[in-house]
Design a protein around this ligand. Structure first.
Ligand SMILES: [Zn+2]
Length: 467
């Protein structure tokens, strides 16, 4: 048996891990590289022949795990794509959205003769998304009675809750080669415990010798979520009391639904006043609908908080989901107080940029930063305290209050990652993926000290190992 790391090895994005058992090949995730300027080149082709892959398992719908599936199918992949039911529904929206952006970007490249002539066309289209969607095959979570699913004559699959976003799963493979049986677990992205809406990550019950684990926050310990929720309430109250507007840049998938849930709960508890709240992202609105469809994946706490009949955690009286761009523009002229949650999360594009343009120069207003802001983004400049920033081609003074909420992360911290690994029986080798070098380095040192008996490996892109 063999494993090769083609992405998220020495970095965070582009997850693609190829597992070989006998003459069969199973690909774990097929994600897009994101971030700096060379990524488009890296996403133009796949590092293996798609028609040599037998099956694909998708851990969750984030683009850095799913965004290359259409290219895989377009280039000759013949097998299925196994995922949870919720992931299948979420992934379709994410892939369609990506195809739309790719089409618009290609049009721009053509018009402005941007890049080499042979690189201007769209990498995939909405039709390619439809073809990829046909390959999805649902697998039930172990929590809901899902047992082993035979995906190849010598490979079985089981899914456990990962607690990261709706539908996210920990993958366990049981593989047989020449009479020898080995089990491997892959965390996908692992959530923290206590993530609103979702079940906490579940440690697989079977003996497993090999773990591929994410390390996004391999060197960080989160503050308790309860503290962050208190701080959120205080900040909201302060801005609402002075009649200000709150702009909350947030990713459409996951972060938006978590924020809606928290603001809903704070309103019900009387910790914040009832005031108008808008979710202004068509993708977020569609994804919220997918959440409603998969209430079976809401955890017990969600049911306790919103147990009243007819109650929906993602809907309440003063919350409006904005659809058309006309309604979105109307918010620009509206007096405060109100809150608008909008994409993109790093303020690089989308409707949120317009909301920032119309609010940032007034000291009564506030910007709530709730997630990671990459180098070079508008979000990063605001976060670092720049007093003057460029928005939509003009310069604006940053007078609005900037609040940072670091603890709404959808990833486990270093203690939780270690506790998860320690919960697995029979673990011998651990592969560290999906983390910037310093995060993976620190996590490696941490678990090497606690568990000298484990073989801990930090693969680089293209590295191959026999199991
Ligand atoms: Zn993710």
């Amino acid at each position: 048996m063999n494993i090769t790391f083609y992405g998220a090895a020495g970095g965070v994005t582009g997850s693609k891990h190829l597992v070989e058992a006998g003459d069969k090949k199973v690909l774990l995730d097929c994600g897009t590289f994101q971030g700096l300027s060379d990524v488009r080149e890296r996403n133009r082709s796949l590092p293996f022949a798609p028609d040599t892959i037998d099956q694909v398992v998708l851990s969750h719908a984030h683009i850095d795990h799913s965004g290359m599936l259409m290219l895989l199918v377009k280039n000759g992949y013949q097998g299925k794509i196994f995922a949870t039911k919720a992931t299948i529904d979420v992934a379709q929206w994410m892939m369609k959205d990506m195809a739309k952006i790719e089409r618009q970007d290609a049009k721009y490249r053509m018009k402005h003769k941007f890049g080499a002539p042979d690189s201007r066309e769209a990498l995939f289209t909405e039709e390619d998304v439809e073809e990829a969607v046909k390959r999805f095959e649902p697998v039930e979570y172990a929590r809901r009675g899902g047992g082993w699913k035979q995906i190849l004559p010598n490979v079985k699959l089981k899914f456990y809750d990962a607690g990261h976003i709706l539908g996210s799963a920990i993958t366990v493979l049981e593989m047989e080669e020449k009479g020898k049986v080995e089990r491997l677990a892959y965390t996908g992205d692992l959530g923290p415990s206590g993530m609103p809406l979702l079940f906490d990550p579940q440690v697989p019950r079977e003996e497993i010798t090999t773990l591929i684990t994410e390390t996004t926050y391999g060197s960080r310990v989160h503050d308790p979520l309860t503290d962050a929720i208190e701080q959120l309430a205080v900040a909201i109250k302060r801005v609402v009391d002075r009649g200000g507007k709150i702009v909350v840049p947030a990713f459409s998938l996951g972060r938006t639904q978590v924020l809606v849930y928290l603001v809903h709960r704070l309103t019900d508890e009387g910790k914040i006043p009832r005031f108008p709240i808008y979710v202004d992202s068509p993708l977020a609105t569609n994804l919220t609908e997918v959440h409603r469809k998969h209430r079976e994946d809401y955890d017990e706490e969600t049911w306790v908080d919103f147990a009243k009949p007819g109650h929906d955690p993602l809907a309440f009286r003063n919350l409006t989901y904005v659809q058309s761009s006309r309604e979105s523009k109307e918010l620009n002229g509206m007096p405060g107080p109100f809150m608008v949650i909008s994409a993109s999360g790093m303020m690089t594009a989308g409707r949120v940029v317009h909301h920032l343009k119309h609010t940032i120069e007034d000291a009564d207003n506030a910007i709530f930063i709730t997630g990671y802001q990459a180098q070079g983004t508008l979000g990063r400049r605001i976060l670092e305290g720049d007093k003057s920033v460029e928005i939509l081609g003009g310069r604006d003074q940053v007078k609005a209050d900037v609040f940072l909420f670091n603890e709404f992360s959808a990833h486990a911290d270093s203690r939780e990652l270690q506790a998860f690994a320690e919960g697995i029986k029979g673990l011998k080798q651990v592969y560290l993926v999906h983390g910037e070098a310093h995060q993976a380095d620190d996590y490696r040192a941490q678990i090497k000290e606690a568990h000298p008996e484990w073989q801990v490996v930090q693969p680089k892109e293209g590295d191959s190992f026999s199991l």
